[in-house]
Unconditional design. Structure first.
Length: 384
């Protein structure tokens, strides 16, 4: 039995209804903007329990355009997690600001609220908190500190569609929630796609202008200068369809994660986000002191793994010249992590570690048989 890290083609082969949605877009002749994009924006706002939403081209632009709407400019500093996707930091750099590192919590990979205050300076103009691996960060505590200094908070929700904490969904605690629908996300498109949810309609109007070359209401009414980062109707139709089924997709992920935890027994203490009941398990991540050996061992069994992330962004030649390292940055080496992507439908699932990754089942195999066959690997991962 083979378990590749991602098998998106297997997922698409079961999405005949999505193909019908795409055909409807083609038949409509409306390939930029239009009612399908507006429909998705209304649906996502309602789903996230926010007042409004703007679709954009991708998750990076979702963050960047919010920073621009806040007039974050060169000379400003933006607090970012020490462990996050390259794109989170890149959005800050693209507006000319300086990413200022704050360390993360070992148990959840979310920002450590106790280290945020020491990262704040006279130039701090915003804070970005990432909800990694589908786990909601301690956003209320983070917001309280930010509010004390009048610093706006942007939530990077790329890996956490529908995750919640304290009875609220992520993306509703700060000024705005930035979402990605890259094909590996919980709410995935069939290409690049993103969105921003918020309650501030004034910010919404700025976002909608800046995503469309500074356009306001009519084609030639330009009130700003910016980029072209529009959500196209095909991606809007696909994500709108999947949004209606997201609760079921996430429930499937939770079931698979529960199966892993049960198989690991006491060794499940090494799982990142253990005990976070409202995680949506974008990745199943455990820690291992022997990551390379584990990856090699699993590869021999046909099990794909990956590392999220194999570096700190501060070590990236492309980014480190832009960084401000604060006393809050304490970690000295990247997460030793492989991660598992609990897939949609019954895809093969994967795993990673230190953060370690655990495999997930494909639609081609019975999950019980799959877990039985790989139970020794799960125990081996937890023991190492």
């Amino acid at each position: 039995m083979k378990a590749p890290f991602f098998d998106l083609s297997a997922e698409i082969s079961n999405c005949k209804a999505e193909l019908a949605e795409i055909s409807a877009v083609i038949d409509s002749g409306k390939f930029v903007g239009g009612p399908l994009v507006e429909k998705f924006e209304m649906e996502l706002a309602l789903f996230n329990e926010s007042r409004c939403c703007a679709g954009v081209g991708n998750g990076l632009d979702a963050i960047r355009i919010v920073l621009e709407a806040l007039e974050i400019r060169p000379g400003a500093e933006v607090i970012v997690p020490s462990l996050t996707c390259h794109s989170t930091w890149l959005a800050v750099v693209k507006v000319g600001a300086t990413p200022s590192l704050a360390d993360v919590l070992e148990g959840t990979a979310g920002l450590n609220p106790e280290l945020i205050e020491v990262t704040i300076s006279l130039w701090t103009s915003a804070k970005i908190g990432a909800h990694l691996y589908g786990i909601a960060s301690r956003v209320s505590a983070i917001n309280r500190i930010a509010d004390n200094f009048s610093i706006p908070v942007i939530e990077d929700c790329a890996q956490s569609h529908c995750a919640s904490i304290e009875g609220k969904k992520v993306g509703t605690f700060g000024l705005a929630g930035a979402f990605s629908s890259y094909p590996t996300k919980n709410l995935d498109a069939i290409g690049d796609a993103g969105a921003v949810s918020m309650d501030d309609e004034q910010v919404l109007h700025l976002l909608k202008s800046r995503r469309s070359c500074g356009q306001r209401n009519s084609k030639y009414e330009r009130v700003d200068i910016d980029w072209n980062s529009r959500l196209d109707p095909i991606q809007a139709a696909v994500t709108s369809f999947k949004l209606r089924h997201l609760a079921g997709f996430n429930s499937r992920r939770k079931d698979i994660a529960s199966s892993y935890l049960e198989a690991m027994g006491d060794r499940s203490q090494k799982v990142i986000g253990l005990g976070q009941e409202n995680s949506v398990w974008n990745h199943f991540v455990i820690r291992s002191d022997n990551r390379e050996s584990l990856m090699h061992y699993l590869a021999e069994q046909g099990v794909g793994t990956d590392i999220h992330y194999p570096y700190y962004n501060r070590d990236s030649p492309a980014l480190n010249k832009y960084l401000h390292i604060s006393p809050g940055q304490q970690l000295d080496s990247p997460t030793k992590g492989l991660y598992v992507r609990p897939g949609l439908w019954r895809n093969l699932q994967t795993f990673s570690k230190d953060a370690v990754c655990l495999v997930l089942a494909s639609e081609h195999f019975d999950e019980a048989d799959y877990l039985h066959e790989y139970s020794d690997y799960l125990l081996w991962a937890g023991a190492n």
